[in-house]
Every structure is written in structure tokens, then in C-alpha cells.
Design a protein around this ligand. Structure first.
Ligand code: GAL
Length: 701
């Protein structure tokens, strides 16, 4: 398969479509038709069903009731509601886990995760494969034939809640994976640096994923391989599922899964296994109420745009499989506030602005029993009309206008990208020296781009990435790629020679692909890209004030970790450090490579630092607006609507302006626009009410 042609697989809908997650098994069947009719009244055309319903299809081992959903499917067909059918592997039945405990996942100490929640199984047990495949095959044979089944969701949120695996079958599969990868124990021992602390392996049977260790630590190189393995195991498990369905799939039916979660290489999973990715979007999580609040300059629900940008990097046009429609809550975990009037609409438009052509609300009705009694859907327990359903009607009217204006299929536009790769994401997740630094810098750039209204993409390296493909971006920011291989450095060099600019931060290029630090000058292969050598470095400790640099007389932060630089062939010093024992030493060096530039900055990127680069390099905000308050997000989707006889294209732009605050904000437009949502013509000063959104359309010839 030519993967490069398959990359960026997108959801191809001809209109912006609304759907919801529905659980026929939770409700008396007498409610089904009424629910579907009311859905239609609110503009909902699609339901996603069955992702937790294994018991309904196989109540006891080998006893199949595959047609359990038939009565519901018939009503849905009659009512003209489309269905996304799911494979129910995220919740194995009690009979299964009792009889075959080997299908369970375990913690690092080997203690099994038992029945009671969900996602307690592993991806490698031959028994779970066998039972899953048998059921999925039967489901595919039966349900693909329904005319209203538009596609399939595999499993549910692979690697959510649990992204680590320690079952016996995982250790064994990891052993096989390591054997395939390294072939000999000598090779494995060398690459994994096992001489250190006497970890040398003498038999394949000695090899395990992390188990119960002192402090929970592991050999870092084995840990990185462990994460690569988990991603591979998830991929293989979903591939098995897709292969069980594909022979029965009609041409216009798709296969997807809902993400996005740790330790999965979606850049490989989607092109090879799925038709596109869908995302579960809960902006209340972005407030950071349950963990890791991004306090400083917290963007709150606007932070969701960070993950939406990651989703776009997988499928530029995607779907939201679960969109928050009420407060979230589990009985024993997380409690979230009720979306304020207008917020559900705002969050819907935020997802659409980033490239979602499908919005499926979680869930039609709040369940009155089980772990998620506080996880509200569109309807409350009472099933009475409510404010959120009224808001849904408005959203529906507006999505119809967006569809009529031709938005479906338009792509988010960005001239700049933050480069990422799974090697550094996964190695950095365990490496406290550069992992947290990379997270903070990513956040600094994200906030700076958001506040300056500069659209950006995340670009994830794939094995097939070429300089030409990177050339779609004027500037690439690659904050702290500790692991930087010769091959990737060469691609970046070619990208620069063609006119691109790359910005690196401290801690670049000091590791190899196994996460070891080879004996060579730092920053490894980035040295020749930027004309630089790192001669000293330090983490900024409690006794160090914030480091600054002076760049053409302007002061800019150089936070968290400093690489003290030295100029090498072709390098030009642009800024020096101020404030520490390396006062006056080079902090920023750049080198011209062909038509482009390589920048090496010896610090992390706070918002202030990113702002400095934005200003000095002249990165441009969206056009057509002369003033947008910092609290308002600007996002642009575009598509070619016509090719004229002289070969020039007519491009239609859709500029979304989203106000995340409860206060009114004023934007100033340069041109005259039509607001697709209201149908009004807007010009000059435009007032966006609290949580307000406009979508400005214009054509470029
Ligand atoms: C998602 C999950 C749903 C539901 C929802 C609210 O992560 O896919 O099944 O649990 O969260 O918790």
C-alpha cells in the first residue's frame, strides 16, 4: 500500500451533520421511536450505538443473539436516521473475564484489573482476539447490510483510562516484538544499554514490560520500546477488527475509532487501518479541573483547540464522535459545571472551525444508573424539554446555513506548524529533563499563536514525510527534539534549502533513536542545520532568576533550561544571555541554508519567548480583520470552489471568530463580510456577545 497517498484521510460529508450517542439497551423499547422523532426535530440525523453492548449479542459464551438491535435498527430505518455501529470490545462481559482471566489487563505488579468499570482487557491475549473476532465477524455480516449503517466505530477510546499494559500476554507479546526488532540478545543489550546496573539479558524469557520496580522506574530505553510496543499492540488489535469487518463493508461505509489518547501512533493507525479519525471533545476538561491545570494564562475551554489541532494533523476534516452537551461527572470522579447558555453552541462552532464536519453529541439522554449518572446528555433524567435542547435547535439552523454556504470539506489554513513526533512524545513522557520542558514550550507557542490570532498546525513526522510535504509551511517550530536522527535532519536541511525556516529550542538532538546519548558534540545533527555547538547547559534552578536574552536590544525570556551556545560554520549570533554566569554568551544563533534558515535558541519557549519570535520573524495573523481582542479565537477554513477558464482558482474562506468570555467583545473588520450564521452583512466594528460566534465568508479570486 502506498501510504503517502493514503495519508490525511478525511470524512467526506457533503454537509455539516449532527448526531448523538444513543444506548437503546439503556431504555425501554417503547421510548425508541419517540426519541428518534425528537432527535429529528432537533436536527439530529445520526446515532452511534452498541459500543458497550457485548452482552446483548452474546449473553453467554457461544450463545448468540446478534439480531438484538434489529427492532431498533428497523425503527431508525423507518425514521430515516443513520447509524454508526460499534464493535463492543471496550467492555467484555462478566462471563468472559471470569472464565478467561488472561484477557484482563494488569498493573505493573501483575495484579489484574477486574470487572466493574471498562477498558480492563488487554490487546494481546489470543483468547480475547479469538472471541472478539468471532463476534465482530457476526456483527459485520449482520449489520453492514442495513441501508442506514453509514459506518463503524472500532472499540471505544482505545488507550483511554488505561494506556499501560502489564498482563502476562503483554509481556510475552513484548518479548516477541523485541525479538523481531533486535534479532539477537547481544544487539538488544547494546541498544538498551543494559550494561548499566547489571541489566544484561541472557535469555529472551527474561524480557518484560515494566513490572514492579523500585520507585516505579525502569530502564529508560526499555520504557521507550515499551511505549512503541503498546502503540503497535493497539494498532494490531484494531487492524484485526477492521479486517473482520472490511469484507462486508459497502463502498460508502467507513471505519473509524474515537480518540485521541496516549501511546497510540495515529499517524500510522489511520492511514493503514481506518478511513479517518473522530474525536471526543469535552471542553470542560480543558479547564483543567481534575488534573494539571494550566494556571498561568489559562485558556480554559479554549485549550480544546490544542487537541483539535492534533486531531487535524491526523485527518484534516474529521468528526466529533462525542461532543459535550451537559456537565460531566462520574459518581466517584470529576465533576464539571453545566455549560452556560451559549457555550454548547460555542464549543460546537470551535470544533467546526477546526475542521469537524460531523458533531455527535454525548449523549441523547442522561443515564439514571451506573457510574455516569452525573454525565449529562442533551436530555435530563426527566426527559422534559430543556435549555440545551433549545440551544441545539439554534445550532442546527446555523449548521444548515454553514452547509448551504459550502463549508463541508473546507480545510483549516495555517502557514506555520509545530513539529512533533511520537519518539520524543513517548521518551519525553518518562524523561523529566526535556519532557516537561517540551510540554511547557508547546503551551507557550499555543498561547502565543492563540492570542495573536495566528493559525498553526501540528505536524507529526511519519516515516514517509518529505521535505516537499513540509514545504506547505513557511516556518516549522520544533521545540525540543532530544531525539533527532540523521535522516530527519537531512529532510529538514532540504526543507530549508527550499526556503523553509526551522526553530529549535534547547536540549535538541542529544539523543539517538533509543534514547541514549551518543558521544558527539551537542546538539547532534541540528548543529550543522543552525551553525551551532552547545558548550554548556543548565536547568534553571531555584537560585536562578528567569533568564533573559537581548535580541536586537529587545528583552525576551529564555526560561527553564538553557543551552549556552557557540557559533560554528556559517552561524550568526542574534542574541545573548543576560542574568546568569553565562552573561553575554550566545543564546540564539541562526544559519542560512540555501533559501531558508535554521534557528537554534538556547531556552524554552514561554508565551513571551514565542511572542518574541513571532514579532522578529514577522509571523502573520489571519487577514481581513484589523483588530481582534486576545480573548477571541480566530480560525480559518478554506476551499477551492471553482477553477476559472484561465486556470485560476476561486477560493472561499470561512473565518470563525469565537468569544470564550461571558463579556461582549468588539472586533474590527477590514472588509465587508457575510456572517454565515446570522445571514447578516457585517462591516467595521462588530460586537460579539458573551460566548458569541460569527463565521465570516469571502471569496478570493
Ligand atoms: C468518553 C466515553 C463515553 C463516556 C464519556 C463521558 O470518554 O467514550 O463512553 O464515558 O466519556 O464520561
Amino acid at each position: 500500500m502506498d501510504i503517502s497517498k493514503q495519508k490525511n484521510k478525511c470524512w467526506n460529508l457533503d454537509q455539516i451533520t449532527l448526531g448523538t450517542c444513543y444506548y437503546p439497551e439503556h431504555w425501554d423499547s417503547s421510548l425508541w421511536r419517540d426519541d428518534l422523532i425528537r432527535m429529528k426535530e432537533h436536527g439530529i440525523q445520526v446515532v452511534r450505538i452498541a459500543e458497550f453492548a457485548w452482552n446483548k449479542f452474546e449473553p453467554r459464551e457461544g450463545e448468540f443473539t446478534i439480531g438484538w438491535f434489529d427492532p431498533f435498527m428497523k425503527i431508525a430505518e423507518e425514521e430515516g436516521i443513520s447509524v454508526i455501529f460499534c464493535t463492543p470490545t471496550a467492555t467484555p462481559p462478566a462471563w468472559l473475564t471470569e472464565k478467561y482471566p488472561e484477557v484482563l489487563n494488569a498493573d505493573a505488579q501483575g495484579l489484574l484489573y477486574r470487572h466493574g468499570l471498562r477498558r480492563h482487557y488487554n490487546y494481546t491475549s489470543p483468547k480475547y482476539w479469538e472471541l472478539s473476532r468471532r463476534l465482530i465477524h457476526k456483527l459485520a455480516v449482520h449489520y453492514c447490510s442495513y441501508s442506514n449503517v453509514i459506518g463503524w466505530q472500532l472499540d471505544n477510546e482505545i488507550n483511554c483510562e488505561m494506556a499501560e499494559f502489564h498482563a502476562e500476554s503483554d509481556h510475552k507479546a513484548f518479548r516477541d516484538y523485541m525479538r523481531m526488532k533486535f534479532e539477537t540478545l547481544d544487539n538488544l543489550n547494546e541498544k538498551m544499554g543494559t550494561t548499566f546496573w547489571n541489566q544484561t539479558y541472557t535469555d529472551w524469557e527474561e524480557i518484560h514490560l515494566r513490572r514492579h520496580t523500585v520507585g516505579g522506574f525502569n530502564n529508560p530505553h526499555m520504557e521507550l520500546e515499551g511505549k512503541r510496543f503498546i502503540s503497535y499492540a493497539a494498532y494490531a488489535f484494531l487492524k484485526m477488527q477492521a479486517e473482520a469487518i472490511r469484507p462486508y463493508l459497502k463502498e460508502d461505509q467507513f471505519i473509524t475509532t474515537n480518540g485521541i489518547f496516549p501511546n497510540v501512533d495515529y499517524q500510522r493507525l489511520v492511514p493503514e487501518v481506518l478511513d479517518f479519525i473522530t474525536y471526543d471533545n469535552y471542553p470542560d476538561f480543558a479547564y483543567g479541573m481534575d488534573a494539571n491545570p494550566r494556571q498561568e494564562g489559562n485558556l480554559k475551554d479554549r485549550n480544546s483547540s490544542f487537541n483539535l489541532a492534533r486531531v487535524r494533523s491526523i485527518s484534516p476534516v474529521f468528526g466529533i464522535m462525542e461532543q459535550q452537551s451537559g456537565p460531566g461527572g462520574w459518581t466517584g470522579r470529576i465533576l464539571q459545571p453545566m455549560p452556560k447558555p451559549g457555550q454548547m453552541r460555542l464549543w460546537t462552532m470551535q470544533a467546526i472551525a477546526h475542521g469537524a464536519d460531523y458533531i455527535g453529541y454525548f449523549r441523547w439522554r442522561t443515564c439514571g444508573y451506573g457510574t455516569e449518572i452525573y454525565w449529562h446528555g442533551l436530555n435530563d433524567y426527566s426527559n422534559e424539554p430543556n435549555r440545551r435542547l433549545e440551544e441545539l435547535k439554534t445550532i442546527h439552523e446555523e449548521t444548515v446555513r454553514l452547509s448551504d454556504a459550502g463549508l463541508a470539506g473546507a480545510r483549516y489554513q495555517a502557514n506555520y506548524a509545530i513539529l512533533r513526533d511520537y519518539d520524543n512524545d513517548w521518551d519525553g513522557a518518562e524523561d523529566k529533563m526535556y519532557g516537561p520542558l517540551a510540554d511547557k514550550s508547546m503551551d507557550g507557542w499555543f498561547r502565543a499563536f492563540q492570542h495573536n490570532h495566528i493559525p498553526f498546525d501540528f505536524y507529526y513526522w511519519r516515516d514517509e514525510t518529505t521535505a516537499e510535504e513540509l514545504g506547505q509551511y513557511e516556518i516549522l517550530i520544533y521545540p525540543h527534539p532530544a531525539i533527532l536522527t540523521r535522516e530527519r535532519a537531512d529532510i529538514l536541511m532540504e526543507y530549508m534549502k527550499n526556503g523553509g525556516t526551522v526553530i529549535f529550542g534547547s536540549r535538541t538532538g542529544y539523543k539517538d533513536e533509543y534514547g541514549r546519548c551518543p558521544m558527539r558534540p551537542m546538539p547532534g545533527f541540528a548543529g550543522e542545520l543552525c551553525g551551532v555547538r552547545v558548550k554548556d547547559y543548565t536547568l534553571l534552578g531555584p537560585d536562578d532568576d528567569m533568564e533573559y536574552v537581548s535580541w536586537e536590544g529587545d528583552r525576551m525570556e529564555a526560561p527553564w533550561f538553557n543551552d549556552v551556545l557557540e557559533q560554528k560554520d556559517g552561524g550568526e549570533i542574534l542574541a545573548v544571555f543576560q542574568n546568569n554566569y553565562y552573561d553575554g554568551e550566545p543564546a540564539l544563533i541562526r544559519k542560512q541554508n540555501g533559501k531558508g534558515w535554521g534557528y537554534y535558541f538556547g531556552g524554552g519557549f514561554s508565551e513571551d519567548t514565542a511572542n518574541g519570535f513571532i514579532q522578529k520573524l514577522g509571523m502573520k495573523p489571519v487577514r481581513g480583520v484589523s483588530h481582534v481582542p486576545a480573548e477571541v479565537e480566530a480560525a480559518l477554513r478554506s476551499k477551492t470552489v471553482m477553477i476559472q477558464t484561465d486556470g485560476t482558482e476561486v477560493v472561499r474562506n470561512y473565518l470563525f471568530l469565537l468569544n470564550y468570555t461571558k463579556e461582549e467583545k468588539t472586533v474590527e473588520l477590514e472588509n465587508k463580510f457575510e456572517d454565515v450564521l446570522s445571514g447578516e452583512t457585517l462591516t467595521g466594528q462588530v460586537k460579539l456577545p458573551g460566548y458569541g460566534v460569527v463565521c465570516l465568508m469571502e471569496e478570493e479570486r
